[in-house]
Design a protein around this ligand. Structure first.
Ligand code: GLU
Length: 509
């Protein structure tokens, strides 16, 4: 049996980061078993469709590098992979269920259903369209053949409902949760086909999983209760023998650990909970990991461990390693806390291990947008030099712009406090020494500066920060000698000369 799994999102808005985790687990499982990872777009709920959502899903998968083997556009032997293009298939199967007595036509109006609901609630219960009351409703089981024929010939709108038999135990095995069972008396006669001719999620999902030869269903915990109906549908169709193995993934919890992570947590805490930003006129913007400066590999690594654990201490894993180690048995049952600090930690690790070229590919656009002109070779050297201090790629520009342009703001106060005649003299001598150097590399620069400071007897702290502020604007940064080398001799001398003038003009006398 060759493994076939599917990621089956509904294009009803931006794909939550939990959806990316579902896609990832499906992908890892497929690749682990040399199987196929299929993308299926579940767009049968016409009222909830959102423009651009399908593209968003595809772009998100592309960004993290989870490319489907089959799907809309890509094609495959079980297409089409967009449910709205398969309506005739669903109709055929729904009609077959009615024919075999496993489903029936229901003509109840919205008002009639509403009133049944109100009545049940008034009596302290909840309305469940089921074996207990279906004969008192308007459906093909409750009416005689003549009435039924009339309703059909009048064109009265109807839905198709699954006939759930009373007093049955519906059980299945879940690879993460073990044996799960439901009592059929608590299950309603689910609508399978809506009056508009579109199938519901349940019907389309089961038919497609069957026709697409899906062997394993790996999806979020929120679908666990629906699985009871899915099992009944497999039985109704006579497809139990090839029913997929179910795995319901644990929830992703809020950073506080209390409750499910929601879209609102992103706004409240100012953290991304979506892979890519989602911007729409008149809607609030949802922040994405990509725009927050995350490396896709880091996001995948972080998500992989959010609910799954290979049972070793190793945390940094390439996609190949994840594929190698992945197994459904090592997925936990309980929810996993969305720890954004941990996500940042992963990103920092990935940035440190990335090549300058890769980082430039991600961050270079910001430099161009900021109007900086730069030499690419120097840019790559600078990126390599600072990357261990960077936790997201958006930090490259603010952290390194001074390598490529003059500085206009200076943290002068701490310098001026210590500035005196002697520091001015040593500073000026250093400018002369630097400008006379033949070989302008970090270690020669280090010797020149250190020797001069030692010779003068002045404290290191009286000159060193003054050099840094004049060159970079701030008192903190990476190794100063290498910084000087990378800024370049001519530019360094010019900035230090301006710095000297600036300190002298502003000195506290
Ligand atoms: N369309 C469902 C969703 O949006 C798919 C659930 C499933 O994988 O069965 O998540």
């Amino acid at each position: 049996m060759s493994v076939r799994v599917r990621f089956a999102p509904s294009p009803t808005g931006a794909l939550h980061i939990g959806g990316v985790r579902t896609a990832l687990y499906n992908y890892l499982f497929a690749k682990r078993h040399h199987g196929k990872f299929i993308l299926r777009i579940e767009d049968t709920d016409q009222n909830r469709l959102v423009d651009g959502a399908e593209d968003y899903i595809k772009n998100s998968l592309k960004w993290v590098g989870l490319m489907p083997d089959e799907g809309p556009e890509i094609g495959g032997e079980c297409g089409p992979y967009r449910q709205s293009e398969r309506l005739d298939i669903y109709k055929k199967y729904a009609d077959a269920l009615v024919e075999s007595g496993k489903a029936y036509l229901a003509f109840d109006t919205q008002e009639a259903l509403e009133s049944a609901r109100t009545k049940a609630e008034a009596a302290g219960g909840a309305f469940l369209y089921s074996a207990a009351n279906r004969l008192s409703m308007r459906n093909s089981l409750a009416m005689d053949k003549d009435t039924l024929d009339k309703e059909i010939s009048y064109g009265t709108p109807y839905t198709i409902r699954l006939k759930v038999e009373a007093d049955q135990e519906v059980s299945f095995f879940d690879a993460i949760r073990g044996d799960v069972s439901f009592q059929s008396n608590g299950l309603d006669d689910k609508v399978l086909m809506k009056a508009d001719g579109f199938p519901t999620y349940h019907l389309a999902n089961i038919i497609d999983d069957h026709l697409m030869k899906i062997t394993h269903v790996i999806r979020g915990e929120e679908w666990l209760p629906s699985t009871a109906h899915h099992i009944l549908l497999y039985k109704a169709f006579g497809w139990e023998d090839t029913m997929p193995l179910f795995s319901h993934l644990p929830l992703i919890l809020k950073p506080s650990g209390k409750g499910k992570l929601s879209k609102r947590d992103g706004d409240k805490l100012g953290i991304p909970v979506f892979p890519l930003s989602w911007e729409r006129d008149g809607e609030e913007t949802l922040n994405g990991f990509r725009e927050a400066g995350f490396m896709p590999g880091a996001v995948l690594n972080f998500l992989a461990l959010l609910g799954w654990n290979p049972g070793t201490e190793q945390e940094i894993m390439t996609l190949e390693e994840l594929i190698d180690l992945f197994s459904l048995e090592k997925i936990g049952k309980s929810g996993s806390r969305f720890d954004f600090d941990k996500a940042k930690w992963f990103n920092h690790q990935y940035i440190m291990n990335a090549s300058a070229e890769e980082l430039f590919y991600m961050a270079g656009g910001e430099f161009v947008k900021a109007g900086l002109s730069f030499d690419e070779h120097k840019m790559l050297q600078v990126i390599d030099f600072v990357k261990e201090r960077v936790t997201n790629t958006n930090e490259f520009l603010p952290m390194t712009h001074y390598f490529f342009e003059e500085v206009s703001e200076f943290e002068m106060e701490p310098i001026l406090k210590k500035w005196n005649l002697q520091s001015a003299e040593v500073f000026s001598t250093i400018i002369g020494l630097l400008s006379a150097m033949q070989q302008f590399d970090a270690s020669s620069i280090e010797s020149v500066i250190k020797e001069e400071i030692a010779r003068s007897g002045i404290s290191f702290g009286a000159v060193f920060p003054a050099l840094r502020v004049a060159l970079t604007g701030g008192t903190k940064g990476p190794d100063l000698f290498r910084t000087i080398e990378l800024i370049g001799q001519e530019e360094v001398v010019s900035r230090l000369e301006k710095g000297l003038q600036m300190y002298e003009l502003n000195k506290i006398s």
